[in-house]
Design a protein around this ligand. Structure first.
Ligand code: ASP
Length: 459
């Protein structure tokens, strides 16, 4: 039998009743042998997630944060007590879980970031232990599996770790032929040095995708609190359309630009191993949801499938006479960013012109000035004839869809819609694959641009 991996998001696990319901969903299909869980999320919109409280606690070494830490600890105690009581967990079992949090807080770490990750990961880890225990109490053969024991290896930065290649063969061995239902905590793995390191926020999706790829799962089910993937963020566009089928490539572009239903880094493991992925609503298991597939044929009149935007970019605009003749010009420009460990998100070029777009949050500690000066020197900018500028607070708006490849008027219609909304994009980037177009606009124009494109191209 080929198994399914079922990942449940935090809002599906925020209360005792929701956890019970999730367990019903798991048990309703015997193929659901690998269950990945997030930390309990928000019960209602106005509260914070368990992970947010854990971050508060981890950062609360100083007096300034003391109040917040106390508040967060009280919140966690109350939430975990409610859950434990509601699903019949023995108080001694819960006490051990809460002691684990205390011991993570009291331990010595190499850096504040290492401490933060160890504390943050407690949310997923504790929830997996509690859910496995609840299933056992229901007479189900279920077991919690610790990522260290399973060989879930990660590397890179704390808070933004990447999956090590060794994880795949490790999991293939350690999780093969499960007799029990395996409850696996999402969001973190262990570094070579044995430290807990988490992925970026929402990273439990990635854990599920990695397990699905390693086990060559029949399907990766990603259970969440919405009906599926929408053609735009419902906070921006009222009543967007529900997308039934989307390709990995389309979704990768949309997720990168802010479609948060599925973590953008989770796409690559399932895409590489061609694991069908299914986004489903936990409270409506009878609904079809959205399916992520390798290939799809869009209907004849479908052009754009989804529109998204991402804010807070900084664009460095370089104009240099006869740039095309200077061998290594672009390499020298990109090297400046390399030297500051800054990743480049987009680059567009003209005859004597190049724009390098980076995410603004990488520009802390006066880096903006330093980069500006370094570019000026390295590119031998002559102020009399060349120009070097930067613009902050830029947003990228993306229109994505397989259908755009065969509709020659797609760009004209989008540009028309933007100009009707009085938005004049700065840079426009259209990769050769024809699957998407990116428009650079001001942060304050981003939502209007999404609405304009959506209403012209989708509905
Ligand atoms: N609990 C983590 C977060 O809130 C990870 C996840 O839910 O996927 O980001």
């Amino acid at each position: 039998m080929e198994y399914k991996v079922a990942k449940f998001g935090g809002s599906s696990l925020a209360t005792a009743d929701r956890i019970k319901h999730v367990c019903d969903v798991v048990l309703s299909d015997p193929a659901r042998k690998y269950v990945v869980v997030s930390a309990p999320g928000k019960k209602e919109d106005k509260e914070h997630k368990v992970t947010d409280h854990l971050i508060n606690i981890a950062r609360s070494g100083s007096h300034i944060h003391a109040y917040t830490a106390r508040h967060s600890l009280d919140f966690l105690n109350q939430r975990y007590n409610e859950i434990a009581e509601g699903i019949g967990i023995n108080p001694v079992f819960l006490e051990r879980i809460m002691e684990d949090l205390e011991s993570r807080r009291a331990s010595k770490y190499d850096s504040p970031a290492a401490k933060e990750d160890a504390i943050k990961a407690w949310g997923e880890d504790s929830n997996a232990r509690i859910i496995a225990e609840h299933l056992k109490l229901r007479g189900v053969y279920a077991t919690y599996v610790n990522p260290r024991v399973a060989g879930f290896a990660v590397e890179g930065n704390f808070g933004n770790a990447s999956v090590s290649q060794s994880t795949y063969p490790n999991l293939e061995k350690s999780l093969a032929l499960p007799e029990a239902v395996i409850i696996f905590p999402g969001f973190f793995g262990y570094t070579k040095q044995g430290h807990v390191a988490t992925f970026s926020r929402g990273g439990s999706d990635l854990t599920g995708a990695v397990i699905a790829a390693a086990m060559n799962a029949r399907e990766y089910e990603n259970w969440t609190d919405v009906d599926g993937i929408y053609s735009a963020d419902p906070r921006i566009v009222a009543e967007p359309s529900l997308i039934r089928y989307v390709t990995y490539s389309e979704l990768r572009e949309l997720s990168y630009m802010g479609f948060s239903v599925f973590h953008d880094e989770a796409i690559s493991p399932v895409r590489r191993n061609m694991i069908p992925t299914h986004i489903r609503n936990t409270s409506k298991p009878e609904e079809q949801g959205s399916k992520i597939v390798t290939k799809r044929i869009p209907s004849l009149n479908e052009v754009v499938l989804g529109v998204a935007c991402k804010k807070d970019f900084c664009s460095f605009d370089i104009r240099k006479d006869n740039m095309n003749k200077e061998i290594g010009f672009l390499a020298r420009a990109t090297n400046v960013f390399n030297n500051y460990h800054i990743s480049i998100e987009h680059m567009t070029t003209g005859v004597d012109f190049v724009s390098v777009v980076i995410s603004q949050n990488q520009l802390d500690n006066g880096k903006l000035d330093e980069i500006y000066r370094a570019l000026h020197t390295e590119l031998r900018i002559n102020d009399a004839i060349d120009a070097l500028d930067f613009t902050m607070d830029r947003a990228m708006v993306i229109a994505v869809g397989e259908g755009m490849k065969r509709h020659l008027d797609a760009e004209a219609r989008i540009t028309g819609a933007l100009s009707k909304a009085k938005i004049k994009p700065g840079m426009i980037s259209k990769p050769e694959h024809g699957l998407s177009i990116i428009y650079g606009v001001g942060n304050d124009e981003a939502e209007d641009a999404v609405r304009a494109i959506h209403s012209e191209m989708i509905k």
